[in-house]
Structure formats: C-alpha cells, structure tokens
Write a protein that binds this ligand. Structure first.
Ligand SMILES: CC(C)(COP(=O)(O)OP(=O)(O)OC[C@H]1O[C@@H](n2cnc3c(N)ncnc32)[C@H](O)[C@@H]1OP(=O)(O)O)[C@@H](O)C(=O)NCCC(=O)NCCS
Length: 147
C-alpha cells in the first residue's frame, strides 16, 4: 500500500488544479468550474483530493443527496495502479459510515473497462444497464455497494 499519498478535503484554492486534471482525464465531458463550485457547495465534505509530494494528482467527489452516489473519481495516468483510487474510496466510505450511510451507488460508462474492474474489485455489484445515459448516447451501468 502506498504511504506517500495523502487525502484531504478539497479547498477552493485547489480549483485550478482540479480543472487541469479534469480536462486531461475527461477531454470530452470535463466538468467546468461552475459545476465543481456547485458540488463543493452541496457535497463539499465528500469532495476529496489526492496529494503526492505536495501536488494534487487525483480527486473523488461523492454526494449523499438525493442519494449516496459517487459523482466522479480520477487519478492522473502517472499515478495509477498504485492503490491511489482505493485510498480515495476508503476515505470516502469511512466518512459515509460515520454518517450512517449504508449503500453507495455509481454510474459508469459500460465500456470503461479500467473503472469497471476497479469497482468490481472493491465490492460494487452491477445493478442494471441504463440505455443512452450519457450525452453522447453511451449506455451507463448502475453499480452499488453495501457499506
Ligand atoms: C479508474 C481509476 C480511478 C483507477 O485508479 P487507480 O489509482 O489506478 O486504481 P487502484 O490502483 O486503486 O486500483 C487498481 C485496480 O483497479 C483496476 N484497474 C485500474 N486500472 C486498470 C487497468 N488499466 N486495467 C485493468 N484493471 C485496472 C484493477 O482492478 C486494479 O487492481 P489490480 O492492480 O490488482 O489489477 C483510474 O484508472 C482513472 O482515473 N481512470 C480515468 C477516470 C475514470 O474513468 N474514472 C471513473 C469514472 S466512473
């Protein structure tokens, strides 16, 4: 398990770096500044950033309302397969359990093989395919985990 990653809550001064990461990882459908600001306002205690050597290299955003759901998770390519996303997930789940949340959902593109393998590895089960969930017509897969 990597010891040089740390997790902390997002701060408004992180915004430019988060946008840079977002555009690099999701070039087609990156969230914009306004959307992140809105999420910070409504779900800020579950907006976590991943830090290594003083640099933010990933983030995870989860909301409880209207239902507990992972909104987004991303780790820069150079830091993948080192357990970083798992650290973000573990920290999120700890915070959710403290709030007595007992289930966590997410939606993932059906062809996002890496993310699907990640979620299955950490206990999410496939619930159903939602046809044309994404703006580009791609199907989404609803997954869920009991906490
Ligand atoms: C999905 C993502 C967050 C995983 O981050 P990560 O830090 O590499 O994940 P971890 O190291 O904690 O977990 C690794 C596990 O995830 C899965 N996984 C991650 N990358 C994988 C790949 N390239 N091929 C196959 N499985 C992969 C495997 O189960 C792997 O376990 P293993 O190494 O024992 O095979 C990262 O690939 C990413 O940012 N992808 C782009 C953004 C994205 O698609 N987000 C999800 C949107 S729903």
């Amino acid at each position: 398990m990597p010891s040089d990653f740390t997790i902390r809550r997002f701060r408004p001064s992180d915004m430019d770096r988060i946008l840079e990461i977002e555009r690099a990882i999701f070039p087609r459908d990156a969230y914009d500044r306004n959307l992140f600001a809105e999420y910070f306002h409504t779900c800020g205690d579950l907006f976590l950033v991943l830090v290594r050597c003083g640099n933010i290299c990933g983030y995870m955003l989860t909301c409880i309302r209207p239902r507990p759901e992972i909104v987004s998770i991303a780790v820069l390519p150079g830091e993948r397969r080192k357990g970083a996303a798992f650290l973000l997930l573990k920290s999120t789940i700890r915070r959710l359990r403290r709030r007595e949340v007992d289930r966590l959902n997410l939606m993932v593109r059906v062809q996002n093989r890496k993310a699907l393998k990640f979620y299955v590895k950490y206990g999410f089960v496939k619930i159903r395919v939602v046809r044309q969930y994404y703006d580009d017509g791609t199907d989404g897969l609803l997954m869920s985990k009991n906490l």
